[in-house]
Design a protein around this ligand. Structure first.
Ligand SMILES: Nc1ncnc2c1ncn2[C@@H]1O[C@H](COP(=O)(O)OP(=O)(O)OP(=O)(O)O)[C@@H](O)[C@H]1O
Length: 739
C-alpha cells in the first residue's frame, strides 16, 4: 500500500494522508518524531539493509503514542505500511505491531500463574513470563493434569463432589480422555455464587447493558445478587413445568433476559438448545427436531438498527411446542399468542406465590452431563448438533483467563448470540472469571453500539471480521473514545490486516487477539497471547494445553519449527472437546482416516494452517477450500488476501476453483463485491488480479474469470459460503458445455 519507506515520508505526505484531520504543525511534529524513532532504531540495531530496525521504529512510535485514535485512517495506513514497506516476512516473520512489556506481563493472569508455578515446574529453565512462554505452554501440553489443576483454582468452579483425578486415560474408547471423573456440580450455580478467588461479591456488577435507542441514557447495571434472584425466579417457574433433562430452546437476541433464561435452564438441570435469532423457520424447525426440544423461549419481535423484525411468527411456523414469549419492549407482548403459548409475564406470575421465591436447589449433575446443544455454522455442509457438557464452560473460561487476560475488573463485550458458540463462551467467560458481561440490545453495526462500548467502559471487545469492516467503511465510530479497551478479539473467519489496523488504532494500538476454534472444541485451538508480540491477522500460539501438528499431503507431520502449509491434526486429548454428536457419527467426522502421531490418533478439524517464521499462524480456509492450480496447491484465503487490495473499488473477494465438466486443470474464478458507489469492469479486474497473483503468489497462476455480484452468500453467522459460489459456477459451466 505504501510505495515509500518510512524515512522517505515527507511532511507533505503526512498532511495529504491526514486530510482535514491534521494541521501542518501536527504533521511537522509527527514527522520529527518519526525521524527520531528512525535514528534511534537504526542506532540500536546497526541500521542494516535487513530492515530489522523497522520493527523498532514501529515499537517506538506506538509506545510514544505518536498516532492518535482520532487521526484519519489514511495517516495510520501511511505510517504503518511505510514502516514495513521493505520488510521481508519470509525472513523475519510477519510484521509485528504490538509487544508485551515485562512489567505488564507479570500482572496478567497467565503471567502471574507462571511466576508462581514456573520455577517449580520448569526449574532453572524458567526465566520470566515472556521469555518462558513457549516452554511453559509446551509443559502444559505434556502435563495437562498439572495445568488444569492450577487453572481450576483460578476459576469460580465449585464441585459438589470433587473429581477423583484431573485426567483418566485408561478408557481407550475415549480418545479425548476422561476429564475430572467422578465430579458433580452445577456450572450455572458456579456462575451465580459469590467467590473469594476470583473475587466476586454479591454487589459486584455482573451485567451492564443498554437498549438500542437509549444511547443518551445511563447504562443499566445488574449486580450478581440481582442476577441470581432473577435466575432463581425463572428456574422455579421452569421446574414447575418441565422435567430434569428436558431440552428447552432459546431463540432470541442475547439480551439480559436471554442470559437469565440460559442460566436458569442449566441451574434446573434442563438442557439449553440455543438457536441463533437470524434463522428462518425451516432452520429453526430442523434444530428443534434434532434436539427434541420440549419448549422454546422467544421474543415477539427483534429490534435492530431502528427496524422491527418478526421473530415469534417464525418460531410458530417452526414449532408446535410451547413458546414462552418475551416482549421486545415494555411488559406485554405485542402479538396474539397461540393457545399452547404463554407470555413471559404469565410464565413468571405463578412464581409470585412460591413459598420461598429466592430459593432454589440446583440440579447437581456429573461433569459430563449435557447442558447445551449447539450447532456448528455449517460452512462445510449440514450443521452438526453438538452437546456441550459441564467441561465446556470450564474450557472456554480458562482460555479467556489465560489468553485474553479476562478477569475481575474487566468489562467484556462481544456482539453475538447464544446460538453461536461465542454466546455461551462469552457468558461463562465472564461469570467464571469474575468479569462483567456487557450486552447491547440492538444492532452492533452502528454508532449506538460504539457509544455503548464507550459508556459501559468495555475493556475487552470481541468482533468478527465483517463487523470491523463495516465500522471502518461507514466511519460510524468516529469521535468515540475506545481507549479503555485493553484488547480486542476477533473470530469466525480470517480477519483483514487493514481492518485490524483500523481497529487497533482506536485504542493506541492495543492488540487484536485472533481466535480460531470450533463449536465442538468449546474453545479456540489456535489463539493469541498477551505474553507474545502480535502481528495483524495472525495467531501467535496454540492454546494452553493444546497440541497439534500440520500435516503434509501424505499425512506426515511437518517438524514443529518448520515453515509450512497443511491440514491441522489436533492431539486427541483435549479438555472440553466433544465426544458425541446428536445427528452424525462422531468417530467418522473427527477421527476416521486421520493419521496417528506418536501413538495418538489425531483429531480432525479441517483447517488449512500456514506456519510462518516465528511460529505465527494463519488459517488458509478449510481443507475443502484448497485448490489445485496447475499442479500447485493453494488456498482461497491466500488468493483473496492478494486480490482484496488491488483496486480501490473492491470491498471483498472470494476465490473458488472448479473442475471443467470436460476435464482439464481446475479453473480459478474470483467473485467480487464492489464498494458502494463504485463501478468496475470484470475484464479489467481479471487483468489486475492476474498480475497481482502472479507477482505475489505464483507466476503460473491464471485467473479464468471474474464475476461481480452484489453480495456474498454467507452462513447466518456471516461466514463466507464458498461452496455455494463453487456450485453456482460449476452449474454455469455444465450448462454452457451442454449448449
Ligand atoms: N479467526 C479465524 N480465522 C480464520 N478462520 C476462522 C477463525 N475463527 C474461526 N474460523 C473458522 O471457523 C471454523 C469454526 O467454526 P464452526 O465451529 O462454526 O464450524 P464450521 O466449520 O463453520 O461449520 P461446520 O463444522 O458445519 O463445517 C474454524 O475451524 C475455522 O475454519
Amino acid at each position: 500500500m505504501a510505495a515509500n519507506t518510512i524515512d522517505e515520508v515527507s511532511v507533505d505526505d503526512l498532511c495529504r494522508a491526514g486530510g482535514g484531520g491534521l494541521t501542518i504543525e501536527e504533521a511537522r511534529h509527527i514527522h520529527q518524531l518519526i525521524r527520531q524513532a528512525v535514528s534511534k532504531a537504526k542506532a540500536e540495531t546497526g541500521g542494516g539493509g535487513d530492515q530489522l530496525w523497522a520493527r523498532e521504529v514501529w515499537r517506538e512510535l506506538v509506545s510514544r503514542r505518536v498516532l492518535k485514535p482520532n487521526h484519519p485512517h489514511a495517516l495510520h495506513q501511511l505510517v504503518y505500511y511505510s514502516v514495513y514497506a521493505r520488510w521481508d516476512a519470509s525472513i523475519h516473520g510477519p510484521p509485528l505491531y504490538w509487544f508485551p512489556s515485562l512489567h505488564d506481563s507479570k500482572l496478567t493472569n497467565i503471567g502471574r500463574i507462571m511466576e508462581t508455578h514456573g520455577p517449580k515446574l520448569l526449574g532453572s529453565s524458567y526465566k520470566d513470563p515472556i521469555a518462558s512462554f513457549n516452554l511453559f505452554r509446551d509443559f502444559t501440553v505434556h502435563h495437562p493434569e498439572v495445568y488444569w489443576s492450577i487453572v481450576l483454582k483460578e476459576l469460580a468452579v465449585t464441585f459438589r463432589e470433587s473429581p477423583k483425578c484431573i485426567l483418566d486415560t485408561t478408557d481407550k474408547s475415549r480418545p479425548g480422555g476422561t476429564w475430572l471423573p467422578g465430579s458433580v456440580l452445577n456450572i450455572a450455580e458456579c456462575c451465580l455464587l459469590p467467590s473469594s478467588h476470583p473475587g466476586k461479591q454479591d454487589d459486584c456488577c455482573a451485567i451492564v447493558w443498554r437498549d438500542e435507542g437509549d444511547d443518551d441514557s445511563d447504562v443499566n447495571r445488574m449486580t450478581l445478587k440481582q442476577l441470581r434472584e432473577q435466575v432463581i425466579l425463572v428456574a422455579n417457574a421452569l421446574e414447575r413445568t418441565f422435567r430434569k433433562g428436558d431440552a428447552i430452546a432459546i431463540d432470541m437476541p442475547m439480551t439480559v433476559n436471554a442470559v437469565i433464561i440460559y442460566l436458569a435452564i442449566v441451574l434446573a438441570g434442563l438442557v439449553v438448545v440455543s438457536i441463533a435469532d437470524s434463522f428462518a423457520a425451516k432452520e429453526i424447525a430442523v434444530r428443534l427436531r434434532v434436539s427434541k426440544a420440549k419448549a422454546i423461549f422467544t421474543q415477539d419481535f427483534i429490534l435492530r438498527g431502528g427496524r422491527k423484525f418478526p421473530l415469534y411468527s417464525r418460531v410458530v411456523e417452526a414449532s408446535p411446542h410451547k413458546a414462552i414469549v418475551l416482549p421486545v419492549l415494555g411488559n406485554d407482548v405485542g402479538i396474539q399468542l397461540r393457545e399452547q403459548d404463554i407470555s413471559w409475564k404469565d410464565f413468571l406470575a405463578h412464581d409470585n406465590q412460591h413459598p420461598r421465591p429466592n430459593h432454589f436447589t440446583p440440579a447437581y449433575l456429573p461433569i459430563d452431563a449435557a447442558i447445551n446443544i449447539l450447532f456448528s455454522s455449517g460452512t462445510t455442509g449440514e450443521p452438526k448438533a453438538i452437546p456441550w457438557t459441564q467441561l465446556s464452560p470450564i474450557r472456554c473460561s480458562a482460555e479467556a483467563l489465560a489468553h485474553m487476560n479476562v478477569g475481575v475488573g474487566d468489562v467484556y463485550c462481544w456482539p453475538t448470540n447464544l446460538g453461536w458458540v461465542m454466546g455461551p463462551i462469552l457468558l461463562f467467560s465472564c461469570f467464571l472469571t469474575g468479569a462483567t458481561l456487557a450486552l447491547y440490545h440492538g444492532s452492533p453495526l452502528g454508532r449506538g453500539f460504539g457509544k455503548f462500548v464507550q459508556d459501559a467502559g468495555v475493556t475487552v471487545l470481541g468482533t468478527v471480521p465483517s463487523l470491523v469492516k463495516t465500522w471502518k467503511n461507514t466511519k460510524c465510530m468516529e469521535g468515540l473514545d475506545w481507549t479503555k479497551i485493553k484488547s480486542f478479539a476477533t473470530t469466525g473467519e480470517a480477519s483483514n490486516v487493514d481492518d485490524d489496523l483500523w481497529l487497533s488504532s482506536k485504542s493506541y494500538y492495543n492488540p487484536v487477539l485472533e481466535c480460531c476454534g470450533g463449536t465442538e472444541l468449546s474453545s479456540a485451538y489456535i489463539i493469541a497471547s498477551t505474553l507474545q508480540p502480535q502481528a495483524f491477522g495472525a495467531f501467535s500460539t496454540a492454546a494452553m494445553a493444546t497440541g497439534f501438528v500440520i500435516l503434509d499431503e501424505h499425512g506426515v507431520p511437518y517438524p514443529d519449527d518448520k515453515v509450512c502449509v497443511g491440514e491441522v491434526g489436533l492431539f486427541p486429548l483435549y479438555f472440553g472437546a466433544s465426544d458425541r454428536l446428536l445427528n452424525a457419527d462422531h468417530e467418522h467426522v473427527y477421527f476416521e482416516g486421520m493419521p496417528t502421531f506418536k501413538g495418538m490418533r489425531l483429531r480432525r478439524h479441517g483447517d488449512i494452517l500456514k506456519r510462518m517464521v516465528g511460529g505465527y499462524l494463519v488459517v488458509q480456509g478449510r481443507a475443502d477450500d484448497t485448490m489445485n492450480l496447475g499442479g500447485i496447491k493453494t488456498s482461497s484465503v491466500e488468493i483473496e488476501r492478494v486480490c482484496d487490495h488491488v483496486d480501490e473499488s473492491i470491498l471483498e473477494t472470494a476465490a473458488v476453483s472448479v473442475a471443467p465438466p470436460d476435464g482439464g486443470p481446475e479453473q480459478l474464478v474470483i467473485f467480487v463485491v464492489l464498494r458502494k458507489g463504485f463501478d468496475q469492469q470484470p475484464g479489467k479486474l481479471k487483468t489486475v488480479f492476474s498480475k497481482a497473483i502472479q507477482t505475489n503468489l505464483n507466476p503460473l497462476f491464471k485467473v479464468n474469470s471474474v464475476k461481480i455480484i452484489p453480495e456474498f452468500p454467507r452462513t447466518a453467522s456471516n461466514k463466507l459460503l464458498r461452496r455455494v459460489l463453487r456450485d453456482q459456477i460449476q452449474h454455469e459451466l455444465s450448462v454452457r458445455s451442454r449448449m
